[in-house]
Write a protein that binds this ligand. Sequence first.
Ligand SMILES: *[C@@H]1O[C@H](CO)[C@@H](O)[C@H](O)[C@H]1NC(C)=O
Ligand SMILES: *[C@@H]1O[C@H](CO)[C@@H](O)[C@H](O)[C@H]1NC(C)=O
Ligand SMILES: *[C@@H]1O[C@H](CO)[C@@H](O)[C@H](O)[C@H]1NC(C)=O
Ligand SMILES: *[C@@H]1O[C@H](CO)[C@@H](O)[C@H](O)[C@H]1NC(C)=O
Ligand SMILES: *[C@@H]1O[C@H](CO)[C@@H](O)[C@H](O)[C@H]1NC(C)=O
Ligand SMILES: *[C@@H]1O[C@H](CO)[C@@H](O)[C@H](O)[C@H]1NC(C)=O
Length: 159
Amino acid sequence: MFLVAIFLALLAGFVSANGGVITTPTNGTVIMPGESFAFSYDPMADYSISTYNYTVFLFTKLPSSLFSSTEWSNGHYFGRFDYPNYPAVPYSTHPAPANLTMPDFSQSPRTGWGSGANVTNATVYLLVLEEWLTGSDNFGLTMSLAINELIYNGTTSGS
Ligand SMILES: *[C@@H]1O[C@H](CO)[C@@H](O)[C@H](O)[C@H]1NC(C)=O
Ligand SMILES: *[C@@H]1O[C@H](CO)[C@@H](O)[C@H](O)[C@H]1NC(C)=O
Ligand SMILES: *[C@@H]1O[C@H](CO)[C@@H](O)[C@H](O)[C@H]1NC(C)=O
Ligand SMILES: *[C@@H]1O[C@H](CO)[C@@H](O)[C@H](O)[C@H]1NC(C)=O
Ligand SMILES: *[C@@H]1O[C@H](CO)[C@@H](O)[C@H](O)[C@H]1NC(C)=O
Ligand SMILES: *[C@@H]1O[C@H](CO)[C@@H](O)[C@H](O)[C@H]1NC(C)=O
């Protein structure tokens, strides 16, 4: 029983030490509008686990449900990237950039009706949706979700 508990604790530690984690910027980092910030994501890829692509968003509002909604969330799409992991992705063809740029949400898109807003010290959500697979039966790609909270246009200096 004791050994089983130790084994489970080790396994839990092992699993949580593995990927599916945004390593930079860390949770709680203050980032100003238009600021370039270092980005790094540690994917699920490991022996017997293949990572295919991961998609990065910044949400300024978390969805409150998964039902259809015309105002489901707000934010920005950074892109869909791959990560070198043998044998799934021997060479990365569209790697994530080392730095991302925090949008300035006060700026309007160049065309159309859309307009922005000035916002102070807001919690926003850097979100990574990863597509990964193991070798056993998979009813579609497995998707993991990682979220780090950032402070947009913070009033305390963190940058
Ligand atoms: C980030 O910080 C918030 C606020 O303290 C907390 O609720 C959340 O669980 C943290 N997220 C991670 C990934 O550590
Ligand atoms: C990338 O981000 C780092 C850390 O925030 C910063 O020091 C560096 O100047 C940025 N690089 C570019 C090219 O913007
Ligand atoms: C990974 O993303 C690229 C570009 O979006 C796409 O062409 C490719 O099919 C994706 N790979 C998988 C396994 O979904
Ligand atoms: C944001 O603030 C700037 C400076 O005060 C102002 O010029 C701009 O019109 C504001 N933008 C919006 C969308 O309110
Ligand atoms: C950032 O916050 C300041 C107040 O601290 C505000 O005056 C300014 O309009 C905000 N800027 C943007 C781009 O939202
Ligand atoms: C800015 O936001 C952070 C995180 O929500 C909060 O702890 C802090 O008190 C806020 N600062 C101000 C001046 O409101």
